[in-house]
Ligand binder design. Sequence first.
Ligand code: G6P
Length: 366
Amino acid sequence: GAAELGPYRHYMQKEIFEQPRAIADTLEGVNGIVPELFGDEAYRTFKDIDSVLILACGTSYYSGCTAKYWLESIAGIPTQVEVASEYRYRTSVPNPRTLIVTITQSGETADTLAALRHAQSLGMTKTLTICNVATSAMVRECKLAYITRAGVEIGVASTKAFTTQLVGLFLLTLALAQSKGRLSEDEEAGHLKALRHLPAALQAVLALEPQVISWSEDFAKKENALFLGRGMHYPIALEGALKLKEISYIHAEAYPAGELKHGPLALVTSAMPVVTVAPHDALLEKLKSNMQEVRARGGVLYVVADADSRIDSSEGVHVIRMPEHYGVLSPLLHVVPLQLLAYHTACARGTDVDKPRNLAKSVTVE
Ligand code: G6P
């Protein structure tokens, strides 16, 4: 009811603003990287595996796509990510040494549960879930689990579940890196310090809300939007586009920026806002040339830049600067302005933000 909403207009907004607390709770009790964070059997399981297969749907699928970059670059483990409803029905090549990782807020999504059971039926018995509901079917059916502590999520468009899943997946990456002898004590300490500082870093990003509101006034008048990202921020662009389409009903697509010239550039005109996720990483210079390609066609850029990236606002280029450059964990920060953009654009269009048409919070039937 209204009392629970406090100062917020919708559950989605409240849940976006709860993220610092949700992440702090999810990290509670983590005093170091040990396999047992995932269950008693984790040590033996992690020693045995040679690859990871992530299965999930919707926003949970995008957290898995982000984790693939971490698992391969930090833990050195070959990783595949697949939409659960596709995996369950195709003929694939099972590998008994693969760790099956399901990601699910509810723990009850029918396709994700069916994908898990399908993997098990193929002899893949090393199973782990990143899940927000400790009493769910998914937690019961997987051998290992990390329970995120987002708390109850009411808004159909997932926000705090996503960022806490990323925390769980980053811990999994570190635990697997350690079991493969790829995590020094210094690296472990550095990553833990960055994780613990996340709630404060996120709080600073939430303070950018007024700038995002001014962007949303432009977006509310559009019928299409393009989101670009590269590397581990490509899944963040996908998630930003999903949020916008789910609740504002604006058609949105995300592309890895290097693919612009292979299609979406044909759509770019002054009527096409182009949201660009632009962290200060190794791909920034390449991303800047992608941005010039958009500007040359009259496209208007909305750039989520880092504190230290030299991108300035100019004609047709709107920049929001992140307070702090956050390295490998920067997807957790860059997604927040995109959540707020979808939220405020939907508010400006007067849609039913917490219960978008045709969608359900938890899809427990096929
Ligand atoms: C539905 C919800 C999404 C969610 C997806 C997967 O589509 O509307 O917000 O990401 O299901 O749900 P799960 O509970 O498995 O994470």
